[in-house]
Design a binder for this molecule. Structure first.
Ligand code: SF4
Length: 424
């Protein structure tokens, strides 16, 4: 990474960071913008506000607010049109940085050509470029309902669309998207379009997410050719390569990838045998995300999620035997106080039986009670109302303190999965 110090008009300090897959520009005390190598803005900081832009052109604006009750985070989804002003201001700063660099080439030393090319690209990403880029995204993709937080910067390919179940009472992510599996020809054209669309930003996006919500629920004879197609478009690093050897292998071609990742529901996923997951792993599958939600079978049934916690345990063991890591997602706050104790107790037990290790991830996702969810119709008693944030945090702490990973000295990484952070 190279860091350049520049002086912008008005004697404002400008710092440009040339990272392997992105460019960051800091101006003055509280303006920062990050861009991919195709010139798309990724995130902006403006004082107390942070903006994240998705490939579909929408922005999420976040701001910390201090109230008498403490600090809360205000999130506002900003449509493409409404975000133009803040994006244009960031583009103008990139233009100013480019002019400052041309006045002072020594600031970049032997990276001058690269730095001017990158800044020129950012300076050229005006509203017209961004609008046509987002329109192209919408031609290639159906809306991407959700991704696990560690996959936000993945190359998403949609082998399937929608969710095959689509009836959990707490989820409306795919409500209007009929489930279907793409034909091989259709999917090959889709992956080629994704590769061409991402272009230089492939360098930033080294993981491949095999979407949508439940792509691995399709029969193995349907999944395998689509996964082969994915690995053809984005060759995946052999598993035995690590550290510098892996980085050297990846650096040969921006299309090369670190691995393939996917969701599966426990009900369908546990029916697949080890050999099936092993075949996927040989092709490049590295981690599968499983919505456990709860270890309490009664709460799971009340939420209308198919299968049982035992299915999820069996699935995680099968994945491990096949050499595939797990990302297990726990839902906090659903089922209210009526299910609260059983949820904590059952989830701790089930997570312990999963024997999660350092390659696995453990996510905690707070239930977001959006209007129109079936959940609200069923929660016909005050003790079923979703728990507030503080009680969700207490559930999380109780689960974390009582479950046992396979090796307590090497637990899985546990983290927050806030669906409101996903911009689309
Ligand atoms: S929680 Fe998962 S399985 Fe349930 S409807 Fe939503 S996407 Fe489908």
């Amino acid at each position: 990474m190279a860091i350049l110090s520049l002086t912008l008009p008005g004697r404002r300090a400008g710092i440009v960071s040339l990272k392997p897959g992105s460019t960051t520009l800091a101006v003055g005390a509280d303006h920062v913008s990050a861009w991919d190598l195709a010139g798309r803005p990724l995130s902006l900081v403006r004082g107390e506000s942070t903006w994240r832009r998705s490939l579909n052109g929408r922005l999420l604006c976040k701001r910390r607010e201090r109230t008498a009750a403490g600090v809360s985070v205000l999130r506002v989804a900003v449509p493409e049109e409404a975000g133009r002003e803040v994006l244009e201001a960031a583009r103008l700063e990139a233009e100013e940085a480019l002019e400052a660099l041309r006045r002072d080439p020594a600031a970049a030393g032997d990276r001058y050509e690269e730095a001017t090319a990158r800044l020129a690209r950012l300076a050229a990403t005006g509203a017209d470029f961004l609008a046509s880029d987002a329109a192209r995204f919408r031609e290639i993709y159906r809306p991407i309902g959700i991704l696990p937080p560690d996959q936000y910067l993945s190359r998403v390919v949609q082998a399937t669309e929608g969710c095959s179940w689509n009836a959990c009472t707490f989820c409306a992510l795919y409500r209007d998207v009929p489930f279907r599996i793409k034909t091989h020809e259709e999917f090959a054209a889709h992956t080629a379009s994704v590769r061409e669309f991402l272009g230089p930003s492939l360098l930033l996006r080294r993981k491949v997410f095999f979407g949508d919500a439940n792509a691995l629920c399709a029969a193995p004879e349907q999944v395998l050719p689509l996964m082969e197609e994915t690995a053809r478009a984005f060759p995946v690093a052999p598993r035995e390569l690590t550290g510098a050897a892996r980085r050297a292998w990846l650096s040969v071609d921006p299309a090369r990838a670190e691995g393939i990742y996917a969701f599966v529901d426990a009900w369908t996923g546990h029916r697949r045998v080890v050999e099936t997951y092993r075949a996927y792993a040989e092709l490049a599958l590295r981690r599968v995300y499983v919505g456990l939600e709860t270890g309490d079978p009664e709460l799971l049934a009340w939420l209308n999620k198919p299968g049982s916690p035992d299915d999820a345990v069996e699935l995680v063991h099968t994945l491990r035997e096949a050499g595939v890591a797990a990302g297990v997602i726990v839902l906090l706050g659903a089922g209210g106080s009526r299910f609260g104790d059983r949820h904590v107790r059952g989830t701790s037990e089930v997570l312990t039986r999963m024997a999660l290790g350092p390659r696995d991830l453990l996510y905690f996702s707070e239930f977001v009670p959006e209007p129109g969810l079936e959940y609200h119709r069923r929660a016909d008693s005050p003790d079923l109302l979703p728990l507030p944030h503080g009680a969700c945090a207490a559930q999380r702490a109780a689960i974390l303190s009582s479950y046992r990973p396979a090796d307590p000295s090497r637990p899985p990484t546990s983290s927050t999965y806030d669906i409101r952070e996903w911009v689309g």
